[in-house]
Design a protein around this ligand. Structure first.
Ligand code: G4P
Length: 533
């Protein structure tokens, strides 16, 4: 594989060279497919060996994850979406962690708006699973290029063609295998590089040193392992699969596929080489009035996540911002476009797994944390003075809807204010029915209910419980004209609500009920995603 678009510092001015080196990506997968293991191995290859141990402590991590409130208290701040930076092959990789397992939330989705590419990890025995598909759909919204890693080849697997076929059919994504597995399960020998026709054999010891042999030498190995059909398979793979096409990959319509075993440390280097060669540098970002190029001199950034401090005495928050252009220097002044006020960036921070450090400078593609007292909200834009707002940081329709039951009814006003603040922070979505009935709260992941309950108690002194709601779906409503919209809202008063920004939402009891409304109001749009404008 050759790297074609890596300008050197020598002949290109600073910002352009810095931006060209950056690759900002996330890993999407279903729980247990091997994301944590792969992250750890990528960091090992990327030279971040001393820190890989922090990811390694998987059992510990899982325990602490489910106990994240306690961690928040201990540390004062939690970094649930952390950013891991490592260098490989002259590139600076920013790997944005997308919370998985039970702490899956809207943040997980939103993190994908801050990356330029994603690695999709698939369990070779299970194929495409539910969470992978959902995360993929969010990537598709932005045409984010996807590199696929088919993991756990050392265990019993499905037929490789069948796995590729499933990706193509369920995701409508062409697959272009770069490597091909030789055997699977106990017979997994390694991978064949379809381009340069070399063979990487997995070491019995499972360390990261693999032996590379030539195509001709493979025959001897296959004969002794009774894997005669492999030759046929290789021929089929070479002739029958899509060839890799950089343009189609960058447009999000084709995925290069690598096979391996994260646990056995096999296939990781090929994957990293693939990322270095194919993954795009920071993309140009759409703002309301123009497209912002990553290599522009002036700094621009948007907030994609807010993390609040759990110390109730200090309401400070960390806003995670993704730089879209230029250079951020510590101490610089930035315009906060929504309020038109100036902020001094005294303490921008880099995060590495659970650690953080002051960021002296950062470039487009990097993610920094900016401590603030609630000024910054999800979707906000920072610039060096220009009045532009980045578009496309979305809200996602909740998968769980509940009513909040307040223990002390006298505190209803306080609850309203608390929910408003937590909704602005992205912790919960709040829907206020227009008929005046009590507000509904919406969540993407079940853990968010505990988080909300704990935070209402710790920060606002409110004891609450949750009750089921008759509604299970919420969809934002849009129409071509305000009149059309008003007509719909007037006719559906009992099932509509306002979200935190006052935008109209239809509440439905089931998919069936939703489809009924859709059929009845064909000109209206009912969407599961709302872009923050
Ligand atoms: P996740 O973050 O996507 O949830 O997955 P994670 O890396 O935690 O991996 C889930 C389980 O799968 C772990 O086993 C891990 O060791 C195993 N695993 C990951 N990659 C491979 C692989 O390439 N081959 C095989 N055979 N197993 C793999 P566990 O028993 O649940 O956890 P642990 O006890 O090993 O920590």
């Amino acid at each position: 594989m050759t790297v074609t678009d890596a300008p050197t510092e020598g002949n290109i001015p600073g910002i352009e060279a810095q931006v060209a080196r950056r690759r900002t990506f996330a890993i999407i997968s279903h729980p247990d497919a091997g994301k944590t293991t792969l992250t750890e191995k990528l960091l090992l290859f990327g030279g971040a060996i001393q820190l890989a141990g922090q990811v390694r402590a998987r059992g510990e991590r899982r325990r602490t994850r489910s106990d994240w409130m306690a961690i928040e208290r201990d540390r004062g701040i939690s970094v649930v979406t952390s950013v891991m930076t490592f260098e490989y092959d002259g590139r600076v990789f920013n790997l944005l962690d997308t919370p998985g397992h039970e702490d899956f939330s809207e943040d997980t989705y939103r993190t994908l708006t801050a990356v330029d590419s994603a690695v999709m990890v698939i369990d070779a025995a299970k194929g495409i699973e539910d969470r992978t598909r959902k995360l993929f759909e969010v990537c598709r919204l932005r045409d984010i290029p996807i590199v696929t890693f088919i993991n756990k080849m050392d265990r019993e697997t499905r037929d490789p063609f069948e796995v590729l076929d499933e990706i193509e059919k369920t995701l409508a994504l062409d697959t272009a295998p770069i490597t091909w597995p030789i055997g699977g399960g106990r017979d997994f020998l390694g991978t064949y590089d379809l381009a340069d026709r070399t063979v990487r054999l997995m070491n019995a010891s499972g360390d990261d040193h693999t032996d590379t042999i030539t195509d001709a030498e493979l025959d001897g190995v296959l004969e002794s392992r009774h894997l005669g059909h492999i030759r046929e398979e290789l021929e089929l793979a070479r002739d029958g699969c899509h060839p890799f096409d950089l343009e189609a990959f960058r447009a999000g319509s084709l995925t290069p596929v690598f096979w391996g075993s994260a646990l056995r440390n096999f296939g990781i280097k090929d994957l990293l080489d693939g990322l270095a060669a194919f993954a795009p540098p920071p993309r140009d970002q759409a703002a309301d009035t123009r497209l912002v190029h990553a290599t522009e001199d002036k700094m621009t950034a948007f907030v994609f996540k807010i993390q609040a401090n759990m110390d109730p005495n200090h309401r400070d928050r960390i806003a995670f911002v993704r730089l879209c252009s230029g250079k951020l220097s510590r101490g610089m002044k930035a315009k906060h476009v929504r309020s038109a006020k100036t902020m001094s960036l005294h303490t921008p921070q880099f995060f590495f797994a659970q650690e953080r450090q002051l960021a002296d400078e950062a470039y487009a593609g990097d993610v920094v944390g900016i401590p603030n007292h609630g000024t910054l909200r999800i979707g906000d834009t920072l610039t060096e003075g220009e009045t532009i707002t980045f578009v496309g940081v979305p809200s996602f329709a909740p998968e769980i809807l509940r009513r909040v039951r307040l223990e002390d009814a006298m505190k209803a006003k306080k609850l309203k204010q608390a929910l408003q603040e937590l909704a602005e922070e992205g912790v919960v979505q709040v829907f206020r029915p227009v008929d005046g009935s009590p507000a509904l709260v919406g969540f993407v992941g079940a853990l968010q209910l505990d988080v909300l309950q704990n935070r209402l108690a710790a920060e606002y002194g409110l004891t609450v419980g949750f009750e089921p709601s008759q509604y299970s779906l919420a969809r934002w409503v849009a129409a071509d004209t305000p009149r059309d919209l008003d007509e719909f809202l007037a006719a559906n008063r009992s099932a509509t609500a306002d979200d935190v920004d006052g935008d109209p939402v239809l509440l439905s009891t089931s998919t069936y009920a939703l489809n009924y409304v859709r059929d009845k109001w064909p000109k209206h749009r009912f969407t599961a995603i709302k872009e923050v404008q």
